[in-house]
Design a protein. Structure first.
Length: 153
């Protein structure tokens, strides 16, 4: 049974390599640039999953992610999918300081924005409570939601 599993592991590793190559051939240019709309989520996910063709493309993704955060005034701009991988992707790519800046940001959107408004749970929306202390009139407004709690994974 053990030899069979070893053979399967090799087959799956080879398959994963082919899938990664097909993915990167489709989504990256020959110059290692992503050929779709750049978002913080896209860059973070590809960095987190190491889905890039080479070191140059990794550097491009890292630079693009940093630029997107800077252009958003140092704030994250991710949702339920991108938030769990954003800070780990930054940290795994040598950007611990930027990951901590996002975590410790006291402005909206950010984790400490909620804390400074008295949150004892993680909210579904960054603005579930408005700066004046009133509950936001947005729909689907849970004051106890898991998604953004992923920062403490």
């Amino acid at each position: 049974m053990g030899i069979f599993k070893i053979r399967l592991a090799g087959q799956y590793q080879e398959l994963a390599g082919r899938i990664k190559k097909a993915f990167t051939d489709f989504y990256f240019t020959g110059e290692g640039r992503l050929n779709l709309e750049l978002t913080q989520t896209a860059c973070a996910f590809l960095l987190y999953l190491e889905l890039y063709p080479d070191d140059g493309a990794q550097a491009n993704l890292r630079e693009d992610l940093e630029r997107l955060i800077r252009e958003n005034n140092g704030h994250l701009n991710t949702g339920f999918i991108g938030t769990p991988v954003l800070c780990p992707a930054l940290s795994e790519n040598g950007r611990n300081s930027l990951a901590y800046d996002l975590l410790l940001n006291e402005e909206y959107p950010g984790w400490l924005y909620e804390v400074n408004l008295g949150a004892t749970t993680v909210w579904e929306r960054w603005n579930s409570l408005e700066g004046n202390g009133m509950i936001s009139e947005t729909g689907m407004n849970s004051l106890n939601h898991y998604a953004y709690g992923s920062i403490a994974e």
